[in-house]
Design a protein around this ligand. Structure first.
Ligand code: R5P
Length: 291
């Protein structure tokens, strides 16, 4: 039987402990020291043995959490040639191509850095796009939290629920979610101004949403702009309650407050990013991908 040590990074300690417990593996934590000039230093609490699973999510502060992931991987590589980088939320995945001339494709750089640091495999959860995954030249696997999210929604008593993707790009995700829940889905036509980031919904009047409870499904909620615009649009169509479900709730600034003010009853997300709304545990799907 393969023996693992799970190395929990500062951004994912609780999730890493859950993964270690499910794998019946040793857990090793680390100490983070931040110096007055903002440099940080990571020190492992113990020597990891066997294959090493580094768990470190790259949510805000993205650059700090990324450098901590790289430092952990690089240190782990000194003890093992099998270092699995579990990056539950893969920051920079939205920068997967040059949308406007001159834009750096930072996801490509991040993929190179993870490999250079010493990762032999990468596991991510609901990465923003499959194109982002293609930047890796080491085995990279995406696992989905949708089944775990759906299990939660099955327990709620919803009125004639309808799954809605805030944008056309999320149609496949909404289709999977709706399929597992056994309900219908639709996708709105969202437009984002690439220079200002401003979001607008281009869909025209919808039939068939009146009185129905809505589950807005997205991979992530960042500024909340997409969910707020979708909620305002759906409320105008006289829908029922609106739930927002996502894998990664970044909820930057006052996003949560604005989403609630727009009329969302509840936000449900996973522990790829710890927080108030992160009630769904993704450790089962990560463990399944490892073992
Ligand atoms: C966009 O393609 C993504 O799937 C999300 O809809 C988007 O990143 C959410 O960002 P925000 O909350 O800032 O609108």
């Amino acid at each position: 039987m393969t023996s693992f040590t799970v190395l929990g990074g500062p951004s994912s300690e609780q999730l890493a402990r859950k993964i270690a417990s499910k794998l019946k593996s040793k857990y090793v934590g680390c100490q983070l020291r931040v110096f007055p000039d903002s440099e940080s230093k990571i020190t492992l609490d113990d020597i990891p043995k066997g294959r090493i699973i580094v768990v470190q999510s790259v949510y805000p502060p993205v650059d700090s959490n990324l450098i901590h992931a790289l430092a952990l991987i690089s240190q782990a590589r000194k003890y093992s040639s099998h270092v699995y980088a579990v990056i539950p939320y893969m920051g920079y995945a939205r920068q997967d191509k040059e949308f406007l001339p001159g834009e750096a494709v930072t996801m490509s750089l991040v993929a190179k850095m993870l490999k250079t640091a010493g990762a032999s495999r990468v596991i991510v959860v609901d990465i923003h796009s499959m194109m982002a995954l293609k930047h890796f030249t080491i085995p990279a696997k995406n696992v989905s939290a949708i089944e775990e999210l759906v299990k939660h929604f099955k327990k709620l008593s919803l009125k004639d629920p309808l799954v809605v993707s805030p944008d056309l790009g999320g149609s496949e995700r909404a289709k999977n979610f709706a399929g597992l829940l056994g309900v219908d889905y639709i996708a709105l036509d969202k437009h984002r101004n690439r220079k200002t980031g401003e979001v607008s919904i281009r869909s025209s009047e919808l039939h068939g949403v009146r009185g129905r409870d809505i589950i807005l499904v997205d991979d992530m909620i960042s500024s909340g702009g997409s969910i707020v615009k979708a909620t305002e649009f759906l409320k105008k169509q006289k829908c029922g309650r609106i739930y927002a479900s996502c894998t990664h709730a970044l909820l930057v600034g006052d996003a949560e407050k604005r989403i609630r003010k727009a009329g969302v009853t509840k936000i449900i997300s996973t522990n790829t990013i710890p927080g108030k709304t992160s009630i769904i545990d993704v450790s089962p799907v990560i463990v399944k991908a490892i073992s």
